[in-house]
Design a binder for this molecule. Structure first.
Ligand code: AMP
Ligand code: ZN
Ligand code: FE
Ligand code: FE
Length: 284
């Protein structure tokens, strides 16, 4: 007898509302086509995908959970924090997204100024032109503008030579702390999950971060090996944290990572789904 396929809920992917290359509708159709049971679209610092995604998910019969990936800073280090199950349009999170938009506009301009000062003649308009109107613009869009003008051959090269975290023209911008972001999410009764913990620079930082009131940690991740998953699963179990998972699919800017290549187990999905239903469908 053949085993039934595993329950797959991809709880980490990006749409054209941030630096992904598929629209929320296209993502949902793709998720359905490849047989995922559930999806959360987790764009950087924006909930915009949920203006259109719920209808698209209802149309194809896919379970969709609200999500976002917030850029936070702890002791000067960049820390990505996944938010789940918030009420659609939640005002506290909307206010956080507005702050991020301002932060990003100023930060992107500062990076572009640095590049221009060093002979890379791209403009804010060039970068805006790389994305649909209203997109939460980030460094990948700056990289695309650099490619279009012939300064680099790939997004990867742009990050390595110019705008990656360790590269010369990176500007972090106004930090919004990890602690404050968790508090904002909890105020909205949403879950706060530490994303791709392996990208943090050292174990001390991980343990320090896990002293904060996180609800979960991303144990299953696009590019993880089984050993890496086992390590993070052990930490999640020791601390009683949700073990979430997802691909971090972006489409064209990271073409080697397919949608659904990593996912949350069904028991985690059920917990997050219950919170989503409590927040979104509670009777008055
Ligand atoms: P930002 O949020 O604007 O600071 O840009 C960070 C985003 O750029 C990350 O979330 C990734 O999606 C993408 N990114 C970071 N490093 C790289 C890289 N080396 N190559 C391609 N994309 C990257
Ligand atoms: Zn991204
Ligand atoms: Fe991330
Ligand atoms: Fe991501």
């Amino acid at each position: 007898m053949t085993e039934p396929p595993p329950f797959r809920a991809d709880l980490h992917c990006h749409s054209t509302c941030s630096d992904g290359s598929l629209t929320p509708q296209q993502l949902i159709h793709k998720a359905k086509a490849i047989g995922l049971q559930a999806l959360s679209i987790t764009d950087h610092d924006t909930m915009e995908a949920y203006l259109t995604a719920p209808q698209a998910a209802a149309d194809v019969g896919l379970t969709l959970i609200t999500g976002a990936e917030f850029s936070t800073v702890h002791r000067g280090h960049s820390v990505h924090l996944l938010a789940y199950a918030y009420r659609q349009g939640e005002s506290t999170i909307q206010a956080l997204c507005r702050r991020h938009r301002e932060r990003r506009d100023a930060r992107n301009k500062a990076i572009i100024d640095q590049l221009r000062a060093h002979g890379i003649q791209i403009t804010v308009a060039d970068v805006v032109g790389e994305a649909a109107p209203g997109t939460m613009l980030g460094r990948p869009h700056i990289a695309l503008a650099m490619i279009r003008k012939g300064y680099v051959g790939s997004v990867r090269e742009a990050f390595q030579r110019y705008i990656g975290d360790q590269a010369p023209y990176y500007v972090q911008g106004d930090p919004i702390s990890t602690e404050e972001t968790i508090a904002t999410l909890h105020q909205a009764n949403a879950y706060a999950v530490l994303a791709h913990p392996h990208l943090l620079p050292d174990g001390n930082l991980v343990h320090e971060l896990l002293e904060l009131p996180f609800d979960g940690i991303e144990v299953y991740y696009g590019t993880f090996t089984t050993e890496q998953e086992a390590r993070w699963l052990k930490i999640a179990q020791q601390r009683g944290l949700l073990a979430t998972g997802g691909s971090d699919f972006h489409g064209a800017i990271k073409p080697h990572i397919p949608l659904g290549c990593s996912w949350a187990p069904e028991e985690t999905f059920q917990v997050v789904w219950k919170r989503f239903c409590d927040n979104n469908y509670a009777l008055p």
